[in-house]
Write a protein that binds this ligand. Structure first.
Ligand SMILES: Nc1ncnc2c1ncn2[C@@H]1O[C@H](COP(=O)(O)OP(=O)(O)OP(=O)(O)O)[C@@H](O)[C@H]1O
Ligand SMILES: [Mg+2]
Length: 1131
């Protein structure tokens, strides 16, 4: 595996010795100097083997970025400079890959950076472990538990602005893949005395200040709080409220968000802050002295408003709360008696209550977080524990809390010593290497002094301080801190680590007060004031207060004081342990703490330990300053030098063969660049190559051990030089390779480019040549073609010319021949003419006298006959068509004009006859009718011409098929109907015109009512003697009857006048019918006047033309009768 570039950079910039085991010479000064040198270059971490020594830089360094995490991910611990990430990675991978539960123990004094280191570990684990929705949620919850617990459990102290006032051990649980699935937090002894009082310059727990600074005003109002911390007794007495480095308002929001992320319900969050507010407000409750009647001291609450508000907040009766704070119940001979508190007693009770509420709230918070982050599934888990517990503390005045904290640190130091030595020892045994014992200070003796609990009578003087304290607490009667000290002096007087003013050895020691004892801790001497030891160890809360809290209608408060439910069976004083419900006296705070520390030790021992030893560089929280004395002190009490010595006693350095081979394989030609043989052989080759003495090294079963760090240094130095050489070599070869590759590439490229260019050029040339060749070819072909064409044209022209010449020649020959022939013919003709004339002349000469006499008339006759023939032939050839109406006729010479006219008439008649012959009988009759009409009316009646082209239809009403008509004619025998139409009949008396149906049959005139089809009268046809019409436009006719003979009925009625559109037809047809019947045509008179016989009177009918205002046509006439004159006016 090649060294990562970033890592290489870090290695090359390494300052000093990164693993103190390799220090040479190994002295305390050299060690501290090395730490200082590294610290000045911001390299705050140094290894002692696998232990990380961390110096608090008191400033942000760019060491915790995701990129740095990636650098350290899955890397060997010595591959990169020391870092918490390296040890975290080592622990994480051992846990994940080798299934070893891990714990990381972070130790150091207050402000050394333990809490920060634990956060760095969690950040690393969160980044390198798997991803996913559920996993991320768990990670987020685990990470968010920090700000919440820090807010409630951390405070500003003189040593640390964010000092953890509780111990925390957090087990992070992983699944088989190494993904976090949950966790468990264990908390140790919260320094609850801080709730009620702090030494000057320190603050209460952060949450009080955060709530006041960060909560919005309305929320504060509901909590009945004012935003000013100065208004609260628990916050204003130490004189420190604001810390520059802390933004309380911002932190409050982080806490709230954290609680939400962890899964606190809104109501729970509100309840938590209500309790915080109650503590603050209870701290403001003041008491005033009252003397009771029985002479005892009593007290009253002087600011009752405050107590009323607290009662509202907690949902309890104000009086109950007041009573609980000012009185207490005592049992006197099984009777319960109430006694009043003095003012001091009340203040004590109030503070005790506040401390109890707060510490129980804190425990509840841890429990609640655990509920959220606990693993929900039943799967096998791997665990990585992180212990961040309060550091060793030495104050001006040290009390019970410091005693407990320092006891815990003693235990941790012991476990460190034990585990480190044990591990070392075991490793040598495991590897089969002889172990040489190294002396070191074992603080077991101090641990014994504190925790030993052999209470047998024989060993009466052999009990620890904690056991003595418990014993004192159990003693009936007046037990005080003083009696406890006495007992202590008595019991521990011979202990080398115990000092007291009453002891002989310390009688002259003025630094040791009379009310104190001193313990010589591994980390230094601490003087503890015994004041408050008994009380704090008892950790009692008055029953009345517990009951009052349990009686509150506040969910959370009720949960915090469950013991009150069973108080009836309990003694007056009960312990504050919420789970304690039996009558048995609850364990003291000291014994509880001891038990939990022992539990913790057991837990840590069951896991593979990893150490981070934190060092505080100065007491002023200054960055860049390292106080040698302060560091020296810490180096001493942390036993770091012993640690190094132990590491170096046997062999300073050990490495698994494979890793050693991998790291130093470049130091032997045989192993570089790779070794395929036995690993130990490979290592031996390297060592031989480097000429390392045999007594300097030992071969374990799996590891190589190097005694002297200098040997390793030399190896490292040689390796560095070799690496440099190899790097140069690799660089050289690489550069050569790159250049050669580049050259080859260029060459290949050049070949490609030139071949492409040549190809391209050749192609271009070829195309040019091809085009030129084509052009030449085309020109040549064109020239050739033109040549051939010219030849062909010439040939053709020659041919044409020859043909032309031939033609002309032939023509000329023909013409010549023709001329000759013509000439010959003319000559012949001339000869014949001459001959004829000659003959004629001869004849004429011979017959001249005879001709004049005989031939003259013959010629004349011949001429006449010839002319006639010509005329007749002309007529024959140009005869007109056979249509009788064709008027054309060939012209003729004048002398044959009359013959021509006669012939024309004959021809016309002939063709008319021919035409007639072709006619049917009906056509003939029609023609006869028309001819008759022509005879009657032509040139006589104005309206005649318009009737000529109209055929005589006769039955205009189509009554032949009419049943009524059939009925009529069956009676009258008028079957031969010639005319039927509606006619206008003129009333003979007054000239009025009425419409009637007139039917003319071959036998009679029938006048019929056209509406009813009833016959009005019938006039036999033979009765009509004459018909009169005017020559004008009217369409009227007067039908004259024969003179009445023998009283003939119809004749007597006289003449009648009818008018009709077809009057010409009526007159013609009725005339023909009369003729058919009588063989004589009736007389037809066409004249403007006629005489008529209307009945018995003779009337003159006169037609008058030119009447104005009359419509033409029928009945466009006006008929008037004036006596014997009937005037028919027409327009
Ligand atoms: N690695 C670090 N980088 C930057 N600052 C640091 C680092 N470690 C510690 N600090 C600073 O030192 C302060 C004290 O550190 P931290 O709270 O971790 O001390 P501690 O050992 O937990 O003390 P205590 O025992 O009082 O809880 C932190 O608030 C921080 O400002
Ligand atoms: Mg801390």
């Amino acid at each position: 595996m090649a060294l990562h570039l970033g890592a290489q950079y870090i290695l090359e910039h390494n300052v000093g010795i990164s693993d103190a085991v390799l220090l040479h010479p190994l002295t305390e000064e050299a060690f501290i100097e090395n730490i200082k040198k590294r610290f000045s270059h911001e390299q705050i971490y140094t290894y002692i083997g696998t232990v990380v020594v961390s110096v608090n830089p008191y400033k942000k360094l760019p060491l915790y970025t995701p990129e740095v995490i990636e650098e350290y991910r899955s890397r060997n611990i010595y591959e990169l400079p020391p870092h918490i990430y390296a040890i975290s990675d080592e622990a994480y991978r051992s846990m994940r890959d080798r299934n070893l539960d891990q714990c990381i123990i972070i130790s150091g004094e207050s402000g050394a950076g333990k809490t920060e280191a634990s956060k760095v570990i969690m950040q690393y684990v969160a980044q390198v472990s798997g991803k996913g929705r559920e996993i991320d949620r768990v990670k987020e919850q685990l990470l968010q538990s920090n700000p919440v617990l820090e807010a409630f459990g951390n405070a500003k102290t003189l040593r640390n602005d964010n000092s953890s006032r509780f111990g925390k051990y957090m087990d992070i649980e992983f699944d088989f893949k190494g993904d976090p699935i949950g966790g468990v937090i264990t908390n140790y002894l919260l320094e609850k005395s801080r709730v009620a009082s702090q030494i000057p310059g320190e603050r209460n727990f952060h949450i009080f200040y955060q709530l006041l600074a960060g909560a919005d005003p309305t929320f504060l109002e509901t909590l009945k709080l004012s935003p000013k911390p100065e208004n609260y007794g628990f916050l204003n007495r130490s004189g420190c409220i604001k810390v520059d480095a802390i933004d309380d308002a911002k932190d409050f929001n982080m806490v709230k968000t954290g609680m939400e992320v962890i899964g606190f319900y809104r109501t729970e969050i509100t309840e938590v802050f209500q309790l915080v507010a109650s503590v603050l407000k209870l701290g403001n409750v003041e008491f005033s002295h009252r003397s009771n009647a029985d002479g005892t001291d009593g007290c009253d609450i002087s600011n009752t408003g405050e107590i009323a508000e607290v009662a509202q907040l907690l949902g309890c009766l104000e009086q109950n709360l007041t009573n609980a704070l000012t009185q207490r119940t005592v049992e006197v001979k099984r009777d319960k008696v109430k006694t009043d508190f003095s003012v001091a007693g009340a203040v004590y009770a109030r503070d005790a209550l506040c401390k109890a509420i707060y510490s129980r709230l804190f425990s509840w918070l841890v429990q609640r977080i655990n509920d959220s982050i606990k693993v929900k599934t039943e799967q096998t888990r791997k665990v990585m524990g992180v212990l961040d517990i309060y550091g060793f503390e030495v104050f001006q005045t040290n009390r019970y809390e410091q005693f407990i904290i320092n006891y815990c640190n003693e235990k941790l130091q012991q476990i460190f010593i034990e585990l480190t030595l044990k591990e070392e020892q075991e490793e040598y045994i495991r590897e089969g290497i002889e172990w040489i014992h190294v002396d070191y200070f074992n603080n077991a003796v101090i641990c014994d002094l504190i925790e030993k609990s052999d209470t047998s009578v024989a060993q009466k003087n052999n009990v620890g301080i904690l056991a003595l304290l418990d014993e004192q607490c159990l003693l009936p009667g007046n037990v005080t801190d003083k009696t406890f000290l006495e007992k202590l002096n008595q019991t521990c007087k011979d202990h080398p680590h115990f000092e007291s003013r009453t002891l002989k050895k310390n009688q002259s020691d003025r630094t040791l007060p009379h009310d104190a004892f001193r313990l010589k801790h591994y980390a230094g001497n601490v003087t503890y004031k015994v004041d408050g030891f008994i009380d704090k160890n008892n950790d009692l809360l008055y029953r009345d207060l517990s009951q009052a809290m349990y009686a509150c209608r506040h969910n959370l408060m009720k949960k915090l004081f469950p013991e009150a439910a069973n108080l009836k069976q309990q003694r007056t004083h009960i312990l504050g342990n919420p789970s304690q419900k039996s009558l048995k006296r609850p364990p003291t705070a000291g014994s509880q703490f001891k038990a939990s520390v022992q539990e913790l030790m057991k837990n840590l021992l069951s896991k593979n330990p990893n150490y981070i030893r934190c060092i505080k560089p100065n007491d002023d929280k200054q960055s860049g300053t390292l106080d040698l004395e302060i560091v020296k002190h810490q180096v001493r009490y942390l036993g770091l030098m012993e640690n190094i010595r132990v590491k170096r006693a046997g062999y300073a350095y050990r490495q698994i063969y494979a890793q050693f081979l991998y790291r130093y394989k470049m130091l032997a030609d045989e192993t570089w660049p790779s070794w395929h043989g036995d690993v130990v052989e490979g290592v031996k080759l390297i060592l031989a190559n480097q000429k390392i003495q045999q007594d300097e090294i030992a071969f374990g079963k799996s590891k190589l051990f190097i005694r002297n760090p200098k040997t390793l240094f030399d190896l490292e130095e040689t390796r560095r030089e070799r690496m440099h050489f190899l790097a140069t070599l690799i660089q050289k070869v690489w550069k050569g390779h790159v250049k050669r590759e580049h050259f080859l590439l260029m060459k290949r490229s050049q070949v490609v480019i030139s071949s492409r260019f040549r190809g391209f050029y050749g192609q271009k040339q070829y195309k040019k040549k091809k085009a030129a060749t084509l052009l030449l070819q085309c020109c040549t072909r064109r020239w050739k073609a033109r040549k051939v064409l010219a030849e062909l044209k010439h040939e053709k022209r020659c041919q044409l010319a020859a043909t032309d010449i031939q033609k002309h020649y032939r023509g000329w020959q023909a013409r010549k021949l023709l001329a000759e022939l013509k000439h010959a013919k003319r000559m012949e003709w001339a000869a014949r003419v001459i001959h004829k004339y000659y003959l004629g002349w001869k004849v004429r000469k011979n017959y001249k006298p005879k001709f004049r006499r005989i031939a003259g008339p013959k010629v004349a006759r011949f001429m006449v006959v010839a002319l006639k023939r010509k005329f007749l032939l002309n007529v024959r050839d140009k005869l007109p068509s056979l249509s009788p109406v064709d008027n054309k006729w060939p012209s003729s010479p004048k002398m044959y004009k009359s013959a021509s006219d006669q012939l024309q008439v004959m021809h016309h008649k002939w063709r008319c006859r021919k035409y007639r012959r072709k006619l049917s009988e009906a056509q003939k009759y029609t023609l006869r009718e028309k001819a008759t009409a022509s005879d009657i009316f032509k040139d006589k009646k104005v309206i005649y011409p318009e009737s000529v082209p109209r055929p005589f239809k006769g039955d205009y009403l189509n009554i032949r098929g009419d049943m009524k008509w059939k009925k009529i004619h069956s009676l009258t025998n008028d079957i031969n109907l010639v005319f039927a139409d509606l006619v206008h009949k003129v009333n003979r008396a007054n000239g009025k015109i009425v419409q009637q149906l007139l039917v003319v049959s071959s036998q009679a005139f029938l006048v019929i009512d056209h509406r009813t089809m009833t016959l009005k009268y019938r006039i036999p046809i033979e009765f009509i003697e004459k018909i009169s019409l005017s020559p004008f436009q009217d369409k009227l006719a007067v039908f004259h009857m024969k003179k009445p003979e023998n009283g003939d009925r119809f004749a007597k009625k006289g003449d009648f006048i009818i008018g009709n559109e077809h009057i010409i037809e009526i007159v013609t047809k009725s005339s023909l019918c009369v003729k058919n019947k009588t063989n004589t045509m009736p007389e037809i008179s066409i004249s403007p006047q006629c005489s008529g016989q209307f009945g018995s009177s003779a009337v003159q009918v006169s037609f008058q033309q030119g009447a104005k205002g009359l419509e033409p046509g029928i009945p466009g006439v006006k008929v008037t009768r004036k006596k014997h004159l009937m005037l028919i006016s027409e327009p």
